[in-house]
Design a protein around this ligand. Structure first.
Ligand SMILES: Nc1nc2c(c(=O)[nH]1)N[C@H]1C(S)=C(S)[C@@H](COP(=O)(O)OP(=O)(O)OC[C@H]3O[C@@H](n4cnc5c(=O)[nH]c(N)nc54)[C@H](O)[C@@H]3O)O[C@H]1N2
Ligand SMILES: Nc1nc2c(c(=O)[nH]1)N[C@H]1C(S)=C(S)[C@@H](COP(=O)(O)OP(=O)(O)OC[C@H]3O[C@@H](n4cnc5c(=O)[nH]c(N)nc54)[C@H](O)[C@@H]3O)O[C@H]1N2
Ligand SMILES: [Mo]
Length: 782
């Protein structure tokens, strides 16, 4: 029996290994509140849905083999197969042929070379959005970017699905997107100073269980206990009661989904008309206050009654909350989920307005914060040097698409769109290359994505598992899981850099993404650029050395690599932050990176773009779908497809915790008992959830924690659909067959998964069995 340290998005742990098998995973000694999901990793590694050998979709392989002899020359001089023979619309419905590594790599190298030579590098889509695994060297998406950049570049993705709207509006308002990604007042300061915490979207504990890059200590539960012990009062504004943890004894204001902007404007109006706003702070630290005040007062006045009619929250509660916010040291937090909706910029901009009116920005425990608790280190102090990270090199193709516009790109080659003040054009995509992500989990309106997915000539996926994305590819290359290789794990808000020792040998025929790309690079003549002659361990040592010297520049001494590796990691002493303290103290000496150097309550830049869906200051604009819309038929429910507690996105859906959470074999959906009764739906029953975009089955859990008019169906159940046409039935409970695939606005083009109305009915027919998490697709021998 040997024991080695390792880490994952779910937490750090030690692995007991016996005879090349995982005997036990033990939470790291550093973790005060370990995540039980780590125990699913051992099961996942041995799962029957591991990709065992390189596999090629049958008709694609037949077409390529029958085109011009065998083999593909690395210089791409040979044309590809007759394209129609590849039956691109059959992706996801055909068996795969297992081939050996050499043939698979020849095919991939041949397609890349052919497409680059005929169509240019922009025709290769390598955005490959996705979480991959925690180790920073073997981070699959970063490896792919490094490889494709060395190959002359690729069309990439900017922004993300997490805070895609915030990432592009906050630079206009506050001067940096970092305000959405962990630039926050730290927990210790909140615990000591905050008297009232108004949480828009709550602070769901389920979301704090994970961290991209790994997490050595889950601290948020402990902080919340201290916050409560200090007498801080918590108000949670959310359609779901249990978004706010019981430990802080929250009061709950159920809000109609995606109407928070109206609530914020209603609170702002109350502050204004009751003279509770800080006119000095607004004059010295902000621009545009007068215009905002005019907007609040202009007909229709954005008063509490106006906000109440939109949000469903009583006007008296709105006025009372505004007064309490002005009386106390108040933290206004907004989850990322609020901006993952039509006009998702607005609740962020309006929250900044509200905080500016209270005048507590830059004071300990006051002001605003975006994304507290979205992941396990959000709100933790961040060390001042970059965490280890594999450099990708520059991408010579400089026209990325906004992350969530993938289906638009595939469906509309050459099409034009607006984005953040620019007029952009989609490339003509010939190859899609994905490593470390699952678009058939993460994208909205999957039936639409599937139509676009039939466009490219070749789709290559690296995966450890037969996810829906792998099943919809032409060439699938089996990747190792994190436990099968050495790595280095870190997130700059977590105080430990972790030595991730390989625990077991690669299962079946799997290889690391690095080894796969190294062999492809050799075939394509870019081995030196890609590998720089380093082995896995040499890279890990190199990344550590880079971090160590960056830390030294900040006076932080880290041990040498040998010591780091044998100790299993190194700890960094945490510090403390008050957000915008310097700016508050002296806005001239510490200006924001906005055009005015101040908080832009009105942005001339945004106004100059002339976008009707995002004018120059925060406004309430009716979303395309919401409960107050005329289009909402009486039976409609608002779909909240939030993050799943029992897994990370689609990862580990095939393992114990997620499997046991299923209801009648489907993803659980939660409904208010009164809404269920009106539809004749009982607890435990299978229902069909549907709208004009698609339909899926789900298993019902009734709960008073869900507001009337809302259905919660978390994202991440592995997609299993009987056809893929609009109207096709997805049988497992993947909400993304129902969500809407339109950008948040022309300014930010973020994903808007939370803008979706659905109907729900009992499903009385015999429900087909879910098989995607149990068995691979049909595989035929070569
Ligand atoms: N409706 C709805 N949809 C959403 C959201 C929502 O709130 N509602 N949230 C969105 C958000 S915020 C996000 S971030 C996305 C997440 O979407 P993704 O990040 O795409 O989801 P994951 O399931 O984490 O996909 C990671 C994939 O990488 C694979 N993988 C892991 N390790 C390795 C490796 O070493 N090599 C290779 N090659 N592959 C590996 C895993 O098996 C998994 O299939 O989903 C988005 N989608
Ligand atoms: N266990 C687990 N944790 C995760 C993830 C995971 O997959 N699993 N994913 C991680 C990732 S990539 C991300 S980006 C973060 C995402 O972090 P968030 O975006 O904050 O997470 P969500 O769970 O989508 O949303 C949080 C809550 O917001 C509420 N909400 C939804 N719409 C509205 C609204 O209109 N108004 C109000 N007031 N509330 C609303 C919902 O009730 C929901 O439960 O989570 C991370 N944490
Ligand atoms: Mo995310």
């Amino acid at each position: 029996m040997t024991t080695v340290p390792h880490s994952s998005h779910w937490g750090a742990f030690d692995v007991e290994v016996s005879g090349d098998r995982i005997a036990r995973l033990i939470p790291a000694a550093s973790d005060s509140d370990p995540n039980p999901l780590i125990h699913d990793l051992g099961e996942a590694v041995e799962s029957p849905v591991r990709v065992r050998r390189p596999a090629v979709r049958r008709s694609w392989l037949e077409a390529v083999r029958s085109s011009t002899g065998t083999g593909v020359t690395p210089d791409g001089s040979r044309n590809g197969a007759p394209l129609d023979a590849r039956r691109r619309e059959d992706r996801g419905r055909e068996p795969f042929v297992e081939v050996d590594w050499d043939e698979a790599l020849d095919l991939v190298a041949g397609e890349l070379a052919r497409v680059r030579d005929r169509h240019g590098n922009a025709a290769i889509f390598g955005g490959s959005y996705g979480w991959s695994s925690a180790g920073r060297f073997h981070h699959a998406r970063t490896q792919l970017h490094r490889f494709l950049n060395a190959f002359g570049g690729h069309t990439s993705q900017v922004g993300n699905y997490s805070y895609g709207a915030a990432a592009f509006v906050l630079p206009h308002v506050l001067g940096s997107a970092d305000f959405a990604n962990g630039r926050l007042t730290s927990w210790d300061v909140i615990a000591e100073h905050t008297e009232l915490w108004v949480m828009f979207g709550g602070l769901a504990m389920k979301n704090t269980r994970i961290e991209s890059g790994g997490i050595s200590d889950h601290t948020i539960g402990g902080w919340l206990r201290r916050i409560r012990a200090n007498g801080c009062e918590v108000v949670s504004i959310s359609p779901i009661r249990d978004d706010a943890p019981d430990v802080v004894d929250p009061s709950w204001l159920p809000v109609r989904p995606t109407t928070d902007t109206a609530l914020m404007l209603g609170l702002a109006h109350t502050l204004l008309v009751e003279g509770l706003h800080d006119a000095t702070f607004l004059a010295t630290h902000c621009v545009g206050w007068e215009r905002m005040a005019d907007h609040l007062l202009a007909a229709p006045a954005k008063d509490a009654e106006w906000a109440s009619a939109i949000t469903g929250i009583p006007a008296e509660s709105i006025r009372d909350l505004a007064r309490r916010m002005a009386r106390h040291r108040t933290m206004i937090s907004v989850t990322w989920s609020l901006q993952r909706a039509d006009h998702g910029e607005q609740p962020y901009w309006a929250a900044i307005l509200l905080a500016a009116m209270l005048g507590q920005i830059g004071l300990p425990g006051g002001g605003f914060g975006f994304g507290y608790g979205a992941t396990g280190t959000m709100g933790s102090w961040k060390y001042p040097f970059p965490a280890p990270r594999l450099p990708t090199g520059p991408n010579p193709v400089t026209a990325p698409i906004p992350a969530a516009r993938i289906a638009d790109m595939l469906l509309d080659p050459g099409g034009e769109y607006d984005f953040n003040g620019s007029r952009c054009r989609y490339p003509d995509t010939r190859v899609v290359y994905w490593a470390g992500g699952n678009p058939f989990h993460h994208h909205q309106d999957l039936n639409r994505l599937r139509r676009g997915w039939a466009g490219p000539e070749a789709i290559v996926v690296h995966e450890p598992f037969w996810t829906a994305t792998a099943r919809h590819a032409d060439i699938v290359l089996p990747a190792t899981t994190t436990l099968e290789r050495n790595d280095i794990g870190a997130a700059s808000g977590d105080p430990r850099i972790i030595a991730m020792h390989q625990a077991i040998s690669p299962r079946h025929g799997a290889r690391s993404d690095y080894d796969i790309f190294s062999d492809l690079a050799a075939r394509l003549g870019i081995a030196e650029e890609y590998t720089q002659g380093r082995s896995e361990m040499e890279w890990i040592e190199h990344l550590y050395a880079t971090t160590r010297s960056a830390a030294a520049e900040h006076g932080i001494a880290l041990p040498d690599f040998a010591r780091f590796w044998s100790d299993g990691g190194v700890d960094i002493d945490p510090g403390s932050t008050v957000l915008l303290e310097d700016f508050r103290a002296d806005p001239e000496a510490h200006p924001l990176a906005t055009p005015s150097g101040r908080i832009e309550l009105f942005s001339e830049t945004v106004a100059s773009f002339g976008y009707d869906d995002c004018p120059g200051h925060p406004v309430w604009i009716e979303p395309a779908e919401w409960l107050g819309a005329a289009a909402a038929t009486p039976g409609s429910l608002h779909l909240v497809s939030n993050q799943p507690g029992q897994r990370l996105h689609s990862q580990l859906d095939m393992a114990g915790t997620s499997r046991t959470s299923k209801v009648s074999g489907r993803e659980p959906c939660r409904l208010n008992p009164a809404d269920a009764a009106e539809r004749g739906i009982a607890d435990g029953q299978i229902v069909r959830v549907f709208n004009e975009r698609g339909s899926c089955l789900a298993g019902v859990r009734l709960s008073e924690d869900i507001s009337r008019g809302v259905i919660q169906l978390s994202a991440g159940a592995w997609y299993q659909s009987d056809g893929g046409a609009a109207g096709a039935l997805e049988i497992h409970g993947n909400p993304n067959v129902l969500t809407r695939d339109r950008g948040t606005s022309r300014l930010t083009q973020g994903p808007a998964a939370l803008t979706a109305l659905v109907e729900v009915e009992p499903y009385d027919a015999e429900a087909p069995a879910v098989t995607v998490t149990d068995s691979p697709p049909p595989l035929v021998a070569d």
